[in-house]
Design a protein around this ligand. Structure first.
Ligand code: LLP
Length: 387
């Protein structure tokens, strides 16, 4: 079995389970995404929700990305990490008053507004503060992203965005909101999208919507196409980063822009997904009636994705080269869903071996919980291995 390379000797100093980040890979990924985006002048906002580890944020910020936030806490975290507030976009179907106030106080670049009710509240709070809020209308484009239904956002049945049918009324009313400035349109169809045709579908829909809006003589400066580019969870050792070149070229080819329009993206998983691994140790091997269990010291408290979305993460025993056998790899949490994978081929595994869960840099550490009174996992970085 081909495996990732890990500094096992150094790992012996750390208590498991923990997150390990390959900072060189993160840097290579950032160089790639920025080089490809810069070719077309596209602006990238890192989707903070994917990973808010302060060190990861500071590396990302050093490549000059903006930030995409979905809560007041995320706005604060990105400002603390040095992201400039005039590159912060803020989405979310349920923005609380204090979060809107924080966004206004920090003069963030744009609120991505998801309903007319929200527009009214932002207008009211902005008026009290004597401010003008830049807003983009988040439109639900009804484009199928062909991904897991929990992470599909752009269908009529999803709670996100303003429906195309409600758009007419909102754009007609927009001038009544004196403390709002409409600067953009925002779209996001889902996450872990592997089928590039979905992005072409998004472009076609954006073109239609832009045409409709331009008839009303409303000018739109910014088009934000959200995130969603997927990563290869099955081959993290071969396909170490997504094809950003192909991704952006689809938009270049299919998106019709009006003069002076700027294009924005909000990428999360594709930037941080492959650089992180969850490292655990085998506690016990248990022979069940018909299967063998490898019980590790990490559970869904450290990596929720398999339990919540039945997500696949490649699992490697980095301590063994012995012949492969099948195991169900499970955690210690008192729930039957605390399973990382069934019938997984691992090199013969024994107590004390290191088991790593690959491609866990996005939506891994951030979704950790303290259920069962467990400690939150610590994190270690490839460029700080001189312990
Ligand atoms: N923009 C908006 C408005 C979003 O809702 C999201 C993700 C993104 C950008 C970034 O999407 P990305 O480039 O990372 O696909 N916890 C789930 C994923 C939830 C994604 C939520 N929204 C998972 O572990 O798969």
């Amino acid at each position: 079995m081909i495996k990732g390379s890990f500094p096992i000797e150094k790992f012996k100093n750390f208590k498991t389970p923990f997150y390990y980040y390959d900072i060189e890979l993160l840097r290579q990924t950032l160089s790639s995404v920025m080089n490809e985006a810069n070719k077309y002048g596209y602006q990238i906002h890192y989707a903070i929700k994917a990973n808010t580890n302060p060190k990861i944020l500071s590396v990302i910020n050093s490549y000059n990305l903006g930030a995409d936030c979905v809560s007041g806490g995320e706005i604060q975290a990105s400002i603390n990490a040095g992201f400039s507030s005039d590159k912060i976009v803020y989405a979310g179907v349920g923005k609380s008053d204090w979060e809107i106030e924080l966004g206004l106080e920090r003069n963030i670049f744009c609120f991505n507004v998801e309903s007319e009710a929200e527009l009214e509240v932002i207008n009211e709070i902005a008026s009290k503060k004597n401010k003008i809020a830049n807003i983009a209308l988040r439109i639900n484009p009804e484009v199928n992203a062909n991904t897991h239904h929990y992470i599909t956002t752009g269908l009529a049945e999803n709670k996100f965005g303003i429906s195309i049918s409600a758009l007419d009324e909102i754009t007609e009313n927009i001038n009544n909101y004196k403390n709002i400035k409409l600067v953009g349109l925002h779209f996001h169809i889902g996450s872990q999208i592997m089928d590039m045709l979905s992005f072409k579908g998004l472009c076609v829909r954006v073109n239609e919507i832009q045409e409709k809006i331009s008839e009303k003589k409303i000018s739109i400066e910014h088009i934000n196409l959200g995130g969603g580019l997927g990563i290869d969870y099955h081959h993290p050792n071969h396909i170490v980063m997504p094809d950003f070149k192909e991704y952006f070229s689809i938009f270049k080819k299919h998106l019709k822009l009006y003069p002076e329009q700027n294009v924005h993206f909000e990428l999360g998983r594709s930037i941080v997904g492959q650089c992180g691994s969850l490292v655990s140790k085998v506690l016990y091997i248990k022979q069940g009636k018909s299967k063998k269990f490898a019980i590790v010291d990490a559970g869904f408290t450290e990596l929720l994705r398999p339990a919540l979305y039945q997500a696949y993460h490649r699992i490697e025993n980095i301590s063994s080269d012995e012949k492969e056998q099948e195991y169900d790899v499970v955690g210690p949490i008192c729930e039957s869903s605390d399973v990382f994978g069934k019938n997984i081929e691992l090199n013969t595994t024994k107590r004390g071996d290191y088991i790593v869960f690959r491609s866990a840099g996005a939506y891994g550490e951030v979704m950790a919980s303290q259920y069962n009174c467990r400690e939150l996992p610590k994190s270690y970085f490839s460029d700080e291995m001189n312990y």
